[in-house]
Design a protein around this ligand. Structure first.
Ligand code: URP
Ligand code: ZN
Ligand code: ZN
Ligand code: ZN
Length: 436
């Protein structure tokens, strides 16, 4: 009987509205049970004083790479989820990655569950990376996975060990239409990248900066247009992940204005960083390796501005981190791209960190001042509510309303850096959000 916790003295901000100071949140068994004024206290009720801070739903980062085989020096579920909580993210969706040699995905899913179980500080779930979508997987195994709460797959149009050709892409889209899972796509043209990479290599252009040269906008542009065409042909919704360039984003916008269910995601690196970062420092040219990610950082500040426009105007459904770090100063991390003094961008593991910084970076630009880039409502939508809806967590994550998990972030925008938020993840054990 009564509330376990009452959060008081805060300003509740959701994707729909900002409530006046004085509305309290009553919590019972890790769930929000009601919002109201002067909620009754019981002897066991813990009072959490938000001290005038702004309370938003816990962040949902729908694109993180934890404990993946292809990133041996990257984050595991313990280190990665700790960073998530420190940055206001209370739910992460990571990837279970099928190997091309595997003709069943069930052992892979089991294996990734083991990598996460009892190790995570935040709630978590999985998408499945499909690199070999056999008929048996699509017809017999996918329905089982959906029942278990894995409601999304990621498909790659590039990277030799993972990429699918158009006929496999079409087969998965047809299956997505039938079964209703969400399809995420990494859209870059693989053959364009290989051709340029070989020519750069032949001319000795192998420093980290040439990573950006090797993956030009036209590779993202072509693949984006192609996957939208395949999605239109099969009448299937898709989400194009980590978009980085204006020309590719325009295809998404155009498709959306034609009422096609095309979603898109961008990430902090494409709002804030340009390719010159890949040049590194004068003292350590190889340090540009820290910024190697795919799609690459773009050359033109106009692309950053275009991504901000997409953030504000609704082109992007989600703002995720694509957190995929690897240790810099370690022979198995970014230093793979530096052997015997020779830099080879081809060997640098792709990906940058971001699970901790994603939300604070965007929060800095949210509000109602003339210099704000987006409203607080849009901020909550992009970082929490919309990813929750897209990936099967509607009614559970992404809102501050009765019935939702009590995953909350309290913001203190006027405090010093590092003290501006406190994340409260459900006041209970950390769950796998897909395990039913
Ligand atoms: O460079 C990146 N983004 N690496 C992570 C893997 C991916 O494609 O999302
Ligand atoms: Zn990707
Ligand atoms: Zn990724
Ligand atoms: Zn929780």
């Amino acid at each position: 009987m009564g509330f376990d916790d009452v959060v008081t003295n805060g300003i509740v901000v959701t994707a729909a509205e900002t409530l006046p100071l004085g509305i309290e949140i009553g919590i019972k068994d890790g769930k929000i049970s009601c919002l109201g004024t002067s909620l009754p206290r019981f002897s066991h009720t813990q009072i959490i004083d938000a001290k005038g801070g702004m309370i938003t739903p816990g962040g949902v980062d729908s694109h993180v790479h934890f404990a993946q085989d292809n990133s041996p020096t990257g984050d595991n579920f313990t280190t990665g989820s700790r960073s998530a909580i420190a940055g206001g993210t209370t739910t992460v969706l990571a990837f279970a990655s099928q190997l091309k040699t595997e003709d069943s995905v069930l052992p892979c899913i089991k294996d990734y569950h083991t990598r996460a179980a009892d190790r995570s500080y935040c709630d978590y779930g999985f998408h499945l990376i499909l690199s070999n979508p056999t008929p048996n997987i699509m017809t017999s195994e996918m329905p089982l996975l959906i029942e278990q709460g894995i409601t999304s797959v990621k498909l790659y149009m590039t990277y030799e060990p993972l990429k699918l050709g158009d006929s496999d892409l079409l087969n998965v889209l047809m299956s997505a239409r039938e079964l209703g899972f969400t399809t995420m796509v990494h859209a870059e043209n693989s053959d364009i990248i290989s051709l340029i990479t070989d020519r750069l290599e032949a001319n000795g252009h192998t420093a980290p900066y040439f990573h950006a040269t090797s993956r030009p906008q036209i590779a993202e542009n072509e693949a984006t247009y192609r996957i939208i065409s395949l999605a239109e042909l099969t009448s299937t919704p898709i989400l194009i992940v980590h978009m980085s360039s204006e020309i590719a984003m325009k295809h998404v916008r155009k498709a959306q204005t034609r009422m096609l269910p095309i979603h898109a995601e961008t990430c902090p690196q494409y709002l804030f960083l340009l390719s010159e970062r890949l040049k590194g420092s004068e003292k350590d040219q190889f340090s540009g390796a820290k910024c190697v990610c795919s799609p690459p950082l773009r050359h033109d500040p106009k692309d950053l501005e275009a991504m901000w426009r997409g953030i504000a105007n609704g082109t992007f459904t989600t703002f995720s981190s694509d957190h995929a770090p690897s240790t810099y100063d370690h022979p198995g991390g970014k230093k793979l791209g530096l052997k015997d003094g020779i830099m080879r961008y081809k060997n640098i593991p792709n990906g940058v960190p971001g699970v901790e910084t994603r939300i604070p970076l965007l929060f800095n630009h949210a509000g109602s001042s003339p210099s704000s880039r987006l409203t607080l409502q849009r901020f909550v939508q992009l970082t929490s509510s919309d990813p929750a809806k897209l990936y099967g967590l509607e009614g559970v994550k992404g809102n501050i309303a009765p019935g939702y998990d009590a995953d909350l972030v309290i913001w203190y925008p006027d405090r010093d850096e590092g003290e501006e938020l406190a994340a409260l993840d459900g006041f209970e054990g950390k769950d796998c959000v897909g395990s039913g």
